[in-house]
Design a protein around this ligand. Structure first.
Ligand SMILES: Cc1ncc(COP(=O)(O)O)c(C=O)c1O
Length: 674
């Protein structure tokens, strides 16, 4: 572009004496009445250019050529000279004879306009193409058009090459423009090179092993990605069965690891069956797309804060979608009531909403589903491993005692029709799944392209995930410790006037309220303090609600917490980020600084965490923490001994799981005999 402009300036006195900024301004402003070379709006620069004796004629030639080109493409890719052009090789439009006749007349007229222009300019031999001054002027005209297109962020799809032939689609230009939009609205994503160290959790190194940082935003909530039982299983499986699954589930990718993992998942959720996918994004997308497209006239009612995977699944289903306000039962009921009883309905929602930490009203949604004949689709991605006596999620947690006693029938989890979860967050591996009735699972297995046509997860991953689930089913110390650390950090932040978006879960969203500031805060934490917390910007959260999302783990003990709190204090002060009291002065924002705030009850009660006897001061909690840590070590050692004596399947029959498994089997036996 710059070269072209330089060349054009050498021949054009107007371009020569006009500054680049004036040219840019002229090329971006346009008249709504004039139409340009490609038939679109003309820029003011093009309008001026038309008045120039050389440019004006060159532009006329250019538009005559455009006409020729569009004619030639319409008549099947044969150029004026009768040569089939490469770019226009494929034409699926068969021209009529009459159209051909008309076009050839048009071409004759246009060819004579070439002659006219050149005759008048004193150039008589047009057989060698356009004359030199005309070519330069045409280049200048193109530069003006390109400038205008670039300024409007449109790909120069319809522009011409220097010799006047139609240009091919500018793919790179298209990508550039799309990315430019993201830079401009500050939603462009920057990735940090973070290498989490299995032996130094929650530490990681950046590009080089010397650049150590502490990770405070991982979704490996419980540190299971480095759990020694998981790693041992994975090493063993990898050595025995190799790296990959070798195919789809249909073609050699179905194996004992898939079978074992699905059985474990079914038991975890006390469902008849489960199905594993390559991720929960795929599980949500494939399941909703399949159900929504197969159930006749299905309507999907979706919480307004649902994850992209569900939104995509609903879109792919083609089913009618009704979005209800986040966690708003009145709005949901109004929408359900507006639908005829015989219409199949799916209510799709989450237990823990990961960006704000809010929790879905699961029981109440089950009640509405029963009342209006809907089925429930619950995404427990951010809750599995984290809540409930066996780590099955919030639905399990709501009937803590019943599940602890191994009595899942009639519980809220039992009432949910489809539970989806991930193996990639609290279970530290990768993969996703659904759990539900045998018939539902078989239907999705048989119908969902997202399950059928993709390579199965590697055996080592499936075996590792199974061990992670089993470990969390028998031992709850990790998730309890995670909750205690979350409480400690939230309380300290509150006392420092650093704004936490209130919620009852394990997520700590810090309100920043500005995309640029959130990125700067994240950068300063990393560059100055060696702490990694990613900034969360639009479109993940609405504009004006940008935040830092902190996720403590059992490994974030007191000295890591002190480091984080001091670093946040510095970042908030240095960057002058609004504090809770600043938001309060404005009447509050996203629940921060609202008048008379109600402190949400956390999902884990003090009693469930073993805190009921404690004073809530830090020293006391730290003592409790130490006691819990001792318990962790004892439990891990005990598990190691058990592991030596029992097979993996027999291990499943220990602890909390004995009762759950027994009652599940009993219930299944009743169902089968009935
Ligand atoms: C609510 C929710 N559902 C589904 C997913 C997708 O899970 P996965 O990472 O297994 O693809 C995510 C991922 O972040 C999520 O937040």
């Amino acid at each position: 572009m710059e070269t072209l402009l330089r060349q054009s300036r050498a021949v054009c006195p107007f371009l020569k004496k006009t500054s680049a900024s004036t040219l840019r301004a002229l090329s971006t402003s346009s008249s709504s009445h004039a139409s340009g070379i490609a038939g679109g709006k003309m820029s003011n620069l093009q309008i001026l250019a038309r008045r120039c004796p050389i440019m004006g004629k060159a532009m006329a030639v250019q538009s005559a050529r455009n006409g020729l080109n569009s004619v030639s493409s319409r008549i099947g890719g044969v150029s004026a000279g009768g040569v089939k052009s490469v770019t226009q090789g494929r034409s699926y439009v068969v021209p009529t004879r009459a159209a051909n006749l008309q076009n050839s007349r048009k071409m004759e007229a246009m060819a004579s306009s070439f002659e006219d222009v050149h005759m008048k300019a004193g150039v008589f031999d047009t057989t060698k193409g356009i004359c030199p001054h005309g070519a330069a002027a045409m280049k200048a005209a193109k530069a003006a058009a390109d400038l205008a297109a670039a300024a409007e962020h449109k790909p120069t799809v319809l522009s011409k090459t220097a010799d006047g032939t139609k240009a091919k689609f500018d793919y790179e230009g298209f990508y550039y423009n799309e990315l430019d939009k993201k830079h401009k609205d500050k939603s462009y994503r920057y990735f940090n090179n973070i290498n989490r160290l299995a032996k130094e959790f929650p530490r990681a190194h950046m590009a080089t092993p010397e650049e150590k940082v502490t990770v405070w935003c991982s979704n490996d909530y419980l540190g299971m990605g480095k759990n020694k039982h998981v790693l041992q299983t994975m090493h063993k499986t990898l050595d025995t069965y190799g790296a990959g699954a070798g195919g789809t589930r249909n073609i050699s990718g179905h194996n004992q690891h898939a079978v074992g993992l699905e059985q474990t998942l079914a038991k975890l959720h006390s469902k008849q069956a489960a199905l594993v996918f390559s991720s929960c994004y795929v599980a949500n997308d494939a399941t909703l797309a399949t159900l929504g497209s197969k159930l006749p006239n299905c309507v999907i009612l979706s919480d307004s804060m649902n994850h992209a995977s569900m939104i995509q699944g609903i879109r792919h289903s083609g089913a009618k979608k009704m979005v209800f306000k986040h966690n708003d039962l009145v709005d949901l009921e109004m929408k359900l009531a507006s639908l005829p009883p015989e219409v199949p309905k799916i209510i799709a929602f989450e237990s823990v909403y990961s960006m704000c930490g809010s929790v879905g009203p699961i029981k109440e949604i089950c009640d509405l589903a029963d009342k209006y004949g809907a089925i429930t689709f619950l995404d427990e991605v951010h809750a599995v491993g984290m809540y409930g006596p066996a780590g099955a999620g919030v639905a399990e947690h709501l009937d803590f005692e019943a599940h602890l006693a191994g009595k899942p029938r009639g519980t809220i989890m039992d009432r949910i029709d489809i539970i989806t979860g991930t193996l990639g967050k609290a279970y530290g591996c990768v993969g996703g799944y659904i759990a539900g009735s045998s018939l539902l699972v078989d239907a999705i297995r048989s119908l969902a392209p997202g399950f059928i046509f993709t390579t199965s997860l590697p055996p080592a991953v499936m075996a590792g995930a199974k061990t992670a689930i089993e470990y969390q089913m028998t031992y709850s110390g990790d998730r309890r410790m995670q909750q205690i650390h979350t409480r400690q950090v939230k309380e300290e932040l509150d006392s420092r006037d650093i704004p936490v978006i209130p919620n009852p879960s394990h997520i700590i969203p810090l309100l920043v309220g500005n995309a640029e500031l959130a990125k700067k805060a994240s950068d300063r934490l990393l560059d100055v303090h060696g702490i990694y917390v990613q900034a969360i910007n639009y479109p993940t959260v609405p504009v004006g609600q940008e935040r830092l999302r902190i996720t403590p783990t059992p490994g974030h003990t007191a000295h890591f917490q002190e480091h984080l709190l001091e670093a946040l204090e510095d970042v908030w002060t240095t960057l002058a980020i609004p504090r809770t009291s600043d938001w309060a002065a404005k009447g509050g924002h996203v629940g921060v600084g609202v008048p008379n705030p109600e402190k949400p009850d956390s999902i884990w009660t003090d009693e469930q965490l073993g805190l009921q006897e404690t004073e809530k001061d830090l020293a006391q909690i730290n003592m409790e923490e130490k006691a819990l840590a001792d318990m962790i070590m004892e439990n891990i050692a005990a598990n190691q001994n058990i592991e030596k004596e029992l097979s993996a399947d027999a291990m499943m029959q220990t602890g909390v799981h004995i009762a759950a498994a027994a009652s599940f089997e009993a219930a299944k036996a009743v169902e089968i005999s009935a």
